[in-house]
Design a binder for this molecule. Structure first.
Ligand code: E4P
Length: 222
């Protein structure tokens, strides 16, 4: 499973990169706006750090506008993946842009029917929003399972990018469902490292070692 960070915060992305487990980044207009920095400059810096797929979302909702923005973003950096909404116009744009060799991430996907449409239109990624479905008493992970199943049935090449993951169990469940990618906020990635038994175990090892007072560690290291 690939791990993407769902953020436009360069400090978090640098830290994620240093952890050695980061494969890419997803952004959206809300996340970019939160940083209060120039849009293109932010995207270019993220691409430079990640050296992997970086989803950049269009703000236009009409076909022409989406095509214009998508083509422009794709020229900024080879790592840019154009993020389009899963609407009728979005699917049309997806078809056109993928035919031009531009990678596309179809966002705001909330149903298996939408996922089928974007796969047929050649999307590189589909983003089912797990947390936002859970928020309305629906089951986000069930949708991920359905999409993975349907794509396998027809050997679609579109990758399932589980999005709107709000906690580590969402990541585990998306992985169990077979999602190719999970995108998560930095705090969720951090939470995945922690286990109380790891901390307790380390503490005990350190105490036992100190008690034994062995003097030969430095020597053994040479
Ligand atoms: C994905 O690409 C979206 O940016 C993101 O996962 C949305 O998450 P949220 O529902 O927590 O805002």
């Amino acid at each position: 499973m690939k791990f993407f960070l769902d953020t436009a915060n360069i400090k978090e992305i640098r830290e994620g990169q240093q952890m050695g487990v980061l494969d890419g980044v997803t952004t959206n207009p809300s996340l970019v706006a939160k940083e209060g920095r120039a849009f293109k400059e932010t995207v270019l810096e993220i691409c430079e750090v990640v050296q992997g797929p970086v989803s950049v979302e269009v703000t236009a909702t009409d076909l022409e506008g989406m095509l214009e923005q998508g083509r422009a973003y794709a020229k900024w950096n080879r790592h840019v993946v154009v993020k389009l909404p899963t609407t009728r116009e979005g699917v049309k744009s997806c078809k056109a842009l993928t035919q031009e060799g531009i990678k596309v991430n179809m966002t705001l996907c909330f149903s298996a029917t939408q996922a089928l449409l974007v796969a047929k239109a050649g999307a590189t990624y589909v983003s089912p929003f797990v947390g936002r479905l859970d928020d309305i008493s629906s089951n986000g992970i069930t949708l991920v399972q359905e999409i993975v199943h349907i794509y396998k049935n027809y050997a679609y090449s579109t990758q399932v990018l589980a999005a709107s993951l709000r906690h580590p169990m969402h990541v585990v469940e998306a992985a169990l469902a077979g999602a190719h990618v999970g995108t998560m906020p930095f705090k969720v990635l951090e939470m995945m490292f922690h286990h109380p038994l790891t901390d307790l175990g380390l503490e005990k090892f350190a105490k036992d070692w100190e008690k034994a007072n062995l003097k030969d560690l430095e020597k053994a290291m040479k």
